[in-house]
Design a protein around this ligand. Structure first.
Ligand SMILES: Cc1ncc(COP(=O)(O)O)c(C=O)c1O
Length: 406
């Protein structure tokens, strides 16, 4: 009789790991019904827009991020585009960014008329390698777009140092890092401007939505104009100062966002506690390794967690067989956001794009595996199930070899 579920044996985890998502109750129901009843569904219906749900959400989010300004927008991709424009990115500029990211991070660059310049990641963290970013700067570079992949903050000391020395802006894509902190400061407030996503599955969900965060008064003025047909900050009417997007946040998103924000701190604590426990267990198993967490990461609010699979220490089994066998045991693991964007169909045929990122390719093809944030919202017993599943595969390497032969 085979032991492994992938060969017909009994799976370890029979139910769903973690929690359904998003978490909601009467707080969200009441908030949405209040907006419906008010008949003010967009903040332009308010004489003082700061009093709107969006305005209240912005104020609360700015505080949460340790930032002076926050601006609600329609989604995370629009947030990146608005942030880039706020940092001065224009047609013909170059924007240096990690090769491993969600595709719309790069299309936001293209939508500004700029060119994404893909650079390699640090193999310890899967985040943009500051040295690679600096080496890719040219006189045409306007910004470095850093991505907190998985929610892990980038090395902002090194990146801000490069930005100051070389005269470029840092734009942070924080779509995965709501709640994460670098040396006690929220990720959105660490560079010149930060962008968040509140899409359905994100750590703070409004179904759709985004937020742009900055400490810089001039950037705050620009992002307001760029998100609202070039309009004057805080005013309902369009202006004419800049060619811009129209990507305003609705009052429904603002109301749900406020309620979801009130849950985030506790959820982040539960996830971090469970991850610490899981990592302790994984360190005891040959062939799997937690991703490196820099001690300057003082809080890690992760959308997904990357782990390393080291085939040579796992009987020569491939990462993909490992993931399939883990899924059969009831632990669904992705490969994370690790694929180099220059392989994506949008960019694959484009001449002139940088395509030299050996670490990114190796990590994407052979090493990374990942678990989503909802797996960490349940009891500690779920972590034991994940550990048991990995241990079970480790014990049955001969069966995994049979799977690879088949
Ligand atoms: C890293 C990253 N940045 C940006 C986005 C875009 O956010 P949205 O889907 O809200 O446009 C995503 C979406 O998954 C993402 O993963």
């Amino acid at each position: 009789m085979p032991n492994l579920a992938i060969r017909g044996g009994e799976p370890l985890a029979k139910g769903r790991l973690g929690n359904p998502w998003p978490v909601f109750d009467d707080r969200e129901r009441g908030a949405v019904m209040e907006v419906v009843a008010s008949a003010k569904w967009g903040r332009s219906a308010y004489a003082t827009p700061a009093d709107s749900k969006v305005g209240q959400f912005e104020a609360a989010f700015a505080k949460f991020q340790d930032a002076r300004y926050a601006l609600g927008v329609s989604n995370g991709t629009a947030a990146i585009e608005v942030a880039l424009r706020g940092a001065g990115v224009e047609a013909g500029d170059e924007v240096v960014m990690p090769a491993a990211a969600f595709v719309s991070v790069a299309t936001a660059v293209v939508n500004c008329g700029a060119v994404p310049v893909f650079v390699d990641v640090d193999p310890r963290t899967y985040l943009i390698d500051p040295a690679a970013a600096e080496a890719a700067l040219t006189p045409r570079t306007r910004a470095i777009l850093v991505v907190d992949n998985g929610g892990l903050p980038c090395d902002m000391d090194a990146l801000n140092d490069i930005a100051a020395r070389r005269g470029v802006g840092i734009v942070s894509d924080c779509a995965h890092s709501h709640g994460s902190q670098w040396k006690g400061v929220g990720t959105g407030a660490l560079g010149r401007v930060g962008a968040f996503s509140f899409q359905q599955g994100k750590l703070l969900s409004c179904g759709e939505g985004g937020m742009v965060v900055t400490n810089d008064e001039e950037v705050a003025r620009l992002i307001d104009a760029y998100h609202h047909v070039g309009g004057v900050p805080g005013r309902p009417g369009p202006g004419s100062s800049v060619v811009s997007l129209a990507c305003r946040m609705t009052e429904f998103q603002g109301a749900v966002g406020l309620a979801q924000l009130s849950r985030l701190k506790e959820q982040t604590e539960v996830r971090e506690r469970n991850l610490t426990y899981l990592n302790e267990g994984l360190r005891e198993i040959d062939g799997v390794e937690p991703i490196h967490r820099d001690p300057r990461v003082t809080r890690w609010g992760f959308y997904l967690v990357h782990f390393k699979f080291i085939s040579e220490q796992f009987g020569g089994i491939s990462r993909d067989t490992f993931r399939k066998a883990l899924a059969a045991e009831g632990v669904s693991a992705g490969a994370g956001h690790t694929q180099p964007l220059y392989r994506h169909p949008i960019f694959a045929g484009q001449p002139g794009l940088r395509r030299v990122c050996p670490q990114t390719e190796r990590i994407a093809d052979t090493e990374s595996w990942s678990l989503g944030h909802t797996a960490f919202l349940g009891p500690a017993a779920d972590m034991d199930l994940i550990l048991d599943a990995v241990r079970k595969l480790r014990r049955n390497i001969d069966e995994l070899r049979e799977v690879e032969k088949a």
